[in-house]
Design a protein around this ligand. Structure first.
Ligand SMILES: C[S@@+](CC[C@H](N)C(=O)[O-])C[C@H]1O[C@@H](n2cnc3c(N)ncnc32)[C@H](O)[C@@H]1O
Length: 367
């Protein structure tokens, strides 16, 4: 592994995974996949030509992949089962896999993930708001979100780094107090509501008997540091200064990452392209520099681009020639401090994948 080279595979990932297992079993820190969603759609790449002074630019559409399943949901789930099972051995003990889906099959794949990775290794179901303008529906509600299922290789060894988002008007509201150090909000040091169970130990601290959430030593330390605030009713609270908090800790509801817009710099015209900010968040919170990050359905190359920017090693794969072409173009456009990224392109003989209903392998149709 010392002479590592990043890799782009043009292949069905099912053919690549056994090879990778021989080389890097138990060494991949993070796998992100954004596979077909069982959406019943034919996807394409939309490319805009140049405006000539006389005529508006024309848009060409090149087919990329087909997310249609002749054998129905069973065939789709078999497709996913074989590939997810082949991915698991690659993961490090403290590694994780993030599976990006939407309403079509996220519930079925959750059950499949429980089977392949173990229910006990489920960490989160992340909801990403993928659009601000859902299409109106004749019945029911417009869909506005995708689902990302996060599983650890072993939940006991896995931990994400805390992620913060920028403050907004609402999150700043509680910071309505201020002193010479700046704006602060009050954090309870006494158990409230249901936390005030009979078994919680009450003790006296600075003249007030209460079911404290912290030890006497901890409260003394905060007192010495000037971090304890006494309310008008004599209750103690801890001061949380705005400047000490890098932002609002992010939950499993991701509303702050915008989808890729036609006008954005990263837009490639690849219809299912995900925003770089989404991949950066995932990679940053669940891996470190030099770790290996993999994506076996890389599409327009977003994972490779984000991993490269964050100084991770990476291996990506896609069975569509067009997807790989877009990925390589994006990588060529990267010019970090270390120059363009170094990688090897590996084309397996069986590619591109075509429908093969008999064996149930591959679903990517030729145009
Ligand atoms: C939803 S797109 C991925 C989009 C990507 N996350 C991005 O940001 O551009 C799914 C990709 O999976 C690829 N794909 C489908 N079946 C595959 C297979 N068996 N092996 C590898 N890639 C496959 C498709 O060609 C397509 O590019």
């Amino acid at each position: 592994m010392d002479d590592w080279t990043n890799r782009v595979y043009l292949a069905d990932c099912l053919d690549v995974l056994p090879q990778l297992r021989e080389e890097m079993e138990g060494q991949v820190r993070l796998i992100y996949i954004d596979p077909p969603y069982y959406s019943g759609t034919r996807y394409s790449l939309r490319e805009r030509g140049c405006d000539t002074g006389r005529r508006a630019a024309t848009v060409t559409e090149t087919p990329t992949y087909v997310d249609r399943w002749h054998g129905g949901i069973d065939q789709y789930l078999e497709f996913m089962r074989s590939r997810l099972s082949a991915m698991r051995p690659l993961l490090r003990e403290d590694g994780s896999i993030w599976v990006h889906l939407d309403w079509h099959v996220s519930h079925y794949v959750k059950v499949l993930m429980d089977e392949v990775f173990g229910y006990q290794n489920f960490v989160n179901e992340i909801i990403w708001r993928r659009t601000n303008s859902p299409k109106p529906q004749s019945r029911g509600f417009g869909s506005q979100h995708d689902v990302i299922l996060l599983y650890a290789q072993d939940a006991r060894s896995f931990r994400t780094k805390t992620v913060y988002r920028a403050h907004d008007e609402r999150s700043l509201r509680p910071y309505s107090y201020s002193d010479e150090r700046g704006r602060f909000r009050l954090v309870e040091v006494e158990a409230q509501g249901i936390q005030r169970g009979a078994r919680r130990r009450r003790f006296e601290w600075r003249g007030r008997v209460a079911p404290y959430l912290y030890s006497r030593e901890q409260l003394d330390e905060w007192w010495e540091q000037g971090l304890i605030y006494t309310t008008r009713t004599g209750r103690y609270c801890k001061k949380q200064y705005l400047e000490d908090i890098p932002g609002v800790p992010v939950s499993d509801l991701w509303l702050d990452i915008a989808p890729v817009q036609g006008s954005s710099k990263e837009y490639t015209g690849f219809l299912t392209q995900k925003p770089e900010a989404l991949l950066r968040r995932i990679i940053e919170c669940a891996s470190d520099e030099d770790d290996i990050v993999a994506d076996f359905f890389v599409g327009a190359g977003t994972t490779a681009v984000a991993a490269q920017a964050l100084r991770r090693r990476w291996v990506v794969c896609d069975s569509s020639e067009v997807a790989v072409r877009v990925t390589l173009e994006r990588l060529a456009d990267l010019c970090g401090g270390d120059g363009p990224p170094q990688y090897r392109l590996v084309r397996l003989e069986e590619t591109p994948v075509r429908h093969d209903w008999a064996s149930g392998r591959g679903q990517v149709d030729s145009p």
